[in-house]
Design a protein around this ligand. Structure first.
Ligand code: PHE
Length: 472
């Protein structure tokens, strides 16, 4: 990103030159190219959600049916929602709260719409609070891998290694703190070209390493069983909650419904196609999740691990695989380094709405904004760090602190945020504006998008939500 202008100059400029509203510039900068945006948005999208969460949720919800519903949600809801969110962001060019306020004013609608921005900003902070703890696990596992702890590890050995690791509250807090520090360090500096460049090498490297793991999974003799688990339709373990979880996971994995993509869209140059980039990001994100599943489940079956193990799943399977591979210490270390990077590029984006909010609303410098948001998020994260040990038995409605925050954000806040954005983009914003901002040449394409965002998305998401909370 480059070129930032002070807020005041930007306001004066608009007044004095009578600049048309859709020529707004973000005070925080702009992506240098289409590819940079795709890289950054993919960096935000591809994270722990794909490699850690998608496989374990698939395991809990019985496999293929979950995968099928997930893919359907990405195609029918995810892609149009991503287009809408990028479009709102680019039109408003500010922090999600101010973007929604400006766009509502432009559409002569009430100021209540800015609640979407507040809600999303809060969701980002809540998600990062636990994301940072899991990000910390990846750092801890880099150390385990590098010191040879995986070599010759059995399934049981991996389970107890992980148990000891999360069972120690001090270790949890230490790695959580480390992850939060590296996140805030980058955020405080602004998302510089260094990160953009780093991501453009590291994401492909992660993909290659995942493919190496798929190669290993093929040698376990359980590859077909893994594939069958992922792709042969079986609805026997599938419930209303599974449906909600699949939908929530689609929003989570694509980073939708909370303003991240809106902020990233606000840095997008005017002449870039929103539809093409959204499809590219959604496809790469889904591909990474599926490849992760293909790498992990054969190893699960080969080592008699349990697919429904939950959040510990990849931390119990990947070490076994590397423990039996030639050069496993090296590749294992590399794998967790890359996973850390994937988590890192997502964590930066999770906090961006809150940081830009503090800058715009309270006139803070980026650094001060980063310190405050980081501190609050870190404190909240302690709840998750302890929910795997000293607070493991402290439950509300049968869920630990971590599970509460995860359910609240992925399954409720993101879908609700997405409904709000869909209604705004489909009903409140005039067709003329959305069409112009999306810049779609194809009338049919625009028609389909508009129908999906105006009717299908709000209805489908509401039905799943209401069903899951037991209203019918
Ligand atoms: N999409 C990220 C992942 O899959 C998580 C995320 C959610 C990032 C929401 C930003 C916003 O890991």
């Amino acid at each position: 990103m480059h070129g930032s202008r002070p807020l005041k100059a930007h306001r004066n400029n608009r007044k004095s030159t009578g600049m048309r509203t859709h020529d707004r510039q973000s005070i925080h900068g702009q992506w240098s190219s289409r590819l940079t945006f795709i890289m950054a948005a993919t960096g935000a999208a591809v994270g722990l959600g794909n490699i850690w969460k998608f496989p374990y949720l698939t395991g809990i919800h019985g496999g293929s049916a979950f995968v099928l519903v997930y893919m359907l949600c990405v195609a029918v809801l995810g892609i149009p929602m991503m287009m809408a969110e990028v479009m709102l962001g680019r039109r408003g060019r500010q922090t999600p709260i101010n973007t929604m306020r400006t766009l509502a004013k432009e559409a002569n609608a009430g100021q209540g719409w800015q609640l979407i921005g507040w809600f999303g900003t809060l969701a980002g902070v809540l998600i990062l609070s636990y994301y940072s703890v899991i990000g910390g696990w990846t750092i801890g596992y880099i150390v385990h891998a590098a010191t040879g702890d995986f070599s010759g590890l059995s399934g049981d050995g991996a389970t107890s290694l992980f148990g000891d690791f999360v069972g120690n509250p001090w270790i949890q807090v230490a790695w959580h703190t480390a992850f939060m520090l590296i996140t805030m360090f980058i955020v405080a500096r602004g998302v510089q070209s260094g990160l953009e460049k780093a991501v453009s090498y590291l994401m492909p490297a992660l993909l290659v390493l995942l493919l190496v793991l798929v190669g290993y999974a093929m040698t376990t003799g359980y590859f077909m069983q893994g594939l069958a688990f992922l792709f042969t339709p079986d609805f026997s373990h599938f419930s209303g909650t599974s449906m909600l979880t699949a939908m929530g996971q689609a929003f989570f994995s694509l980073s939708l419904g909370m303003g991240t993509i809106m902020v990233y869209g606000s840095y997008l140059p005017k002449d870039i196609s929103i539809a093409g980039t959204s499809v590219a990001v959604a496809l790469s994100d889904t591909m990474v999740a599926l490849i992760a599943g293909m790498a992990i489940f054969p190893i699960v079956f080969a080592n008699a691990l349990i697919p429904g193990a939950g959040p510990s799943l990849i931390f119990e399977t990947i070490p076994v695989a590397f423990g039996h591979m030639a050069g496993g210490t090296f590749f294992g270390t590399l794998f967790f380094v890359l996973l850390l990077i994937a988590a890192w590029t997502s964590s930066i984006s999770l906090i961006e709405p809150a940081v830009t909010m503090m800058i715009e609303k309270f006139n803070m410098t980026r650094r001060t904004a980063a310190v405050w948001t980081g501190l609050v998020t870190w404190l909240l994260g302690l709840g998750t760090a302890f929910s795997f040990n000293v607070w493991a038995e402290v439950k509300m409605g049968g869920l630990t602190f971590f599970e509460q925050i995860d359910f609240l954000t992925s399954n409720l806040m993101l879908p609700i945020g997405a409904i709000g954005m869909a209604i705004f983009a489909g009903w409140v914003m005039s067709k003329h504006v959305s069409r112009e901002e999306l810049g779609m040449n194809s009338a049919a394409g625009y028609f389909i998008w508009h129908a999906l965002i105006r009717v299908i998305a709000p209805i489908a998401v509401s039905i799943v939500l209401l069903h899951a909370i037991g209203l019918f």
